[in-house]
Design a protein around this ligand. Sequence first.
Ligand code: GRF
Length: 198
Amino acid sequence: MNIAVFCSGYGSNFQAIVDASKRKLFDANIAIMVCDNKGAFALERAKKENIKTLLVLKENFKTREDFENKIIDRLEKEDIELICLAGFMRVLSPRLVKRYENRILNIHPALLPSFKGTHGIKDAFERGVKVTGVTVHFVTEELDAGPIILQEAVRIEEDDARKTLEGKIHAVEHTLYPKAIRLFTEGRLKVKGGKVKI
Ligand code: GRF
């Protein structure tokens, strides 16, 4: 099975997925990394790992449709069966989501449906919750609202600072995402009525 990973920034989850695939934690090939930011460190990681990249800059396309067509063309050429969003800072259009229905995963740094959006760690920390965590879910048209595949809790201790919490969350992300990919590649995820059965 060919996987495409979509990134916009640092790419630590991309790296964790690549490392997991090298360690044969799942049986799939990271065929391409799609990136929408030319300054992303994730691009350097891909180069180092000899993984092909598609750099798509929104400003080079007239419409979002043109931008996504470029991506879809390449996904089709690479015979992609699974898309993993890993810090991709762009909302996919309903068309792209439909085209890959139940074949797009995302990782979110909080226990959804709490703390949706781009600042899941900061928002949970500032709210003062005692438990937060990580969610891997299928992507639907609605942001951070698709069927939940795996969740893992992370306790926020009184002596945690935002930075230490970030470290704990990222460490959990790096093991949880490969587990979800494994379940997907083994065909063990069944979506019914907005819920995932494993
Ligand atoms: C992660 O915290 C992920 O949960 C969120 O974006 C961040 C990406 O980090 N969606 P990285 O680029 O994988 O290091």
